[in-house]
Design a protein around this ligand. Structure first.
Ligand code: GLN
Length: 488
């Protein structure tokens, strides 16, 4: 009982709250104080309101004292990526164009967290509009990887990953369009789950690429991810792509007797570009599952190598359309230098958006323009179908697919920021999962010799989150990678 509260998992904090061994005020203060201490080094938060957060914690304690606890998340502080709307709080998407924006409403996932009694704790840094893999595209600040402060935490949910990894919150929400939950989770040594497309409402998430975006949990353990998924998942009539799917009991699935899964390994993913230490850890993880009686099957995903080009057509096309709303007229930054009404659009957008966002808008507008639409956008949609079919074929044979989450461990700040293509390659293993709409999870599966975390990706059939969590848990119970802490 003597470990500092900020080192405990969400599940353990929840048990101690339920047993009245601690109060939410004590728990929340522990994270607030930890954040004050380490935040100058980590830089995960764009905004914190300590007074509001402590008031939420006290309200939780009053509920519990009155015998009206709202469940396992009641009184637990949760960090929020700064693309998810919280009423009355800033939402910048790490962009200058939204510098002064205050959200007038709650995202559906925030309504759900509120109904579960969770304490909203701060706004977390990201790549501007979630475009990037290192959080260096934030217009406000860079975030450091808690395992090595000279390195990036991954992205775009780098603030969320660093915050959990550094013990500034027990859990955080991220969003994933091409890898933005899983890749930073991998690089920071935590669990990150991207749900099946349509399982978690996107209402109140600043849209990047609407056919790919999903919100999901970033936690220390699979048990914590299960607790959050239980609250986040479910149909929402305000999101037209939300699916009417029954939500299983994720925690029960974790504790069900171990199964002998059939696991597919796409050997083509283990070629050039994969760091040797990452490869060795993934191979060891595969051997572990084999040792548990799981059958390992070599599989092929023949169109996976087209994932990256297809993604950079579809995601940029959707982004160019979604970001048209930031026009300087309604609720965003308005240039003071504009000569006339049309000039407001040009100057406000030129001043408000950073270079990567501009690159994507230009690319997306190009692939949608008449004359190029058929050659790029339409073709990309067709290849997207082929990528989805590859997975469907694989899932005829196997229950899940194992791959590295990212080709390398965390890289140095500045190492790839001048080379967009090198940066885009960070998502080579995660992107096709979004294109196919499947669930994917990264769990800590090892460390390099220089003590940088390595992540294993588990990809499942649609709505197989419970299976992925059970598979992750199987690995976790036999290893201690998830319980190691960065020294800060
Ligand atoms: N890194 C990818 C990109 O830059 C994916 C980002 C994401 O998932 N939001 O688009």
């Amino acid at each position: 009982m003597s470990e500092p509260l900020h080192t405990l998992t969400l599940a353990e904090l929840s048990r101690r709250l339920a047993a009245k061994q601690v109060t939410s005020e004590e728990v929340t203060r522990a994270f607030v104080e930890r954040t004050r201490t380490v935040e100058p080094k980590v830089g995960a938060f764009l905004h914190r309101d300590e007074a509001d957060t402590m008031a939420q914690a006290r309200a939780s304690d009053q509920r519990r004292a009155a015998g009206k606890s709202l469940g396992p998340l009641d009184g637990i502080p949760i960090g929020i990526k700064d693309v998810i709307a919280v009423k009355g709080q800033p939402l910048t998407a790490a962009s200058k164009i939204l510098q002064k924006y205050i959200s007038p409403y709650d995202a559906t996932v925030i309504e759900k967290l509120n109904a579960a009694g969770a304490v909203r704790w701060g706004r977390l840094n990201l790549d501007e509009f979630a475009m990037g893999s290192s959080t260096e595209n934030s217009a406000y600040q860079t975030t450091s990887n808690p395992w090595d402060l000279t390195r990036i935490p991954g992205g775009s949910s780098g603030g969320s990953a660093a915050c959990v990894s550094a013990g500034e919150a027990p859990a955080a929400l991220g969003s994933d369009t091409g890898g933005s939950i899983r890749q930073p989770a991998s690089l920071c040594g935590i669990v990150g789950l991207k749900p099946t497309y349509g399982l978690v409402s996107r209402y109140g998430l600043a849209a990047f690429a609407s056919s790919l975006d999903q919100i999901g949990p970033m936690t220390r353990t699979t048990e914590d991810a299960a607790l959050l998924m239980q609250v986040l998942a479910g149909h929402d009539h305000r999101d037209s792509t939300s699916l009417k799917q029954a939500v299983p009991d994720y925690t029960a699935a974790l504790h069900a007797p171990a199964k002998k899964w059939k696991l597919g390994v796409p050997r083509d993913f283990f070629g050039n570009g994969l760091d040797p230490e990452v490869r060795a850890s993934i191979e060891a993880a595969i051997k572990f599952y084999q040792g548990q009686g799981c059958e390992i099957v070599d599989i092929k995903l023949p169109h996976a190598e087209l994932g990256l080009p297809v993604y950079y057509i579809i995601a940029t096309a959707e982004a160019s359309s979604n970001l048209a709303r930031y026009d300087g007229i309604r609720y965003t930054h308005r240039s003071t230098k504009a000569a006339d009404a049309v000039d407001i659009y040009f100057k406000s957008r030129a001043e408000g958006f950073g270079p990567e966002v501009k690159r994507r808008i230009i690319l997306g507008t190009y692939v949608l323009s008449s004359g190029y639409y058929d050659a790029y956008y339409l073709r990309a949609q067709k290849v997207r179908t082929l990528i989805r079919r590859d997975f469907e074929n694989a899932f005829q044979q196997v229950d899940a697919i194992l791959t590295p989450t990212a080709p390398t461990p965390a890289f140095k700040r500045g190492e790839k920021s001048d080379d967009p293509l090198a940066m885009y390659l960070s998502d080579i293993y995660t992107i096709s999962v979004n294109l196919a709409g499947l669930p994917g999870m990264s769990i800590p599966c090892g460390f390099t010799k220089s003590n940088l975390p390595i992540g294993l990706q588990l990809i499942g059939r649609p709505f197989a989150e419970a299976d992925l969590l059970a598979m992750g848990r199987m690995f976790e119970t036999a290893h201690d990678f998830h319980s190691r802490r960065a020294t800060l």
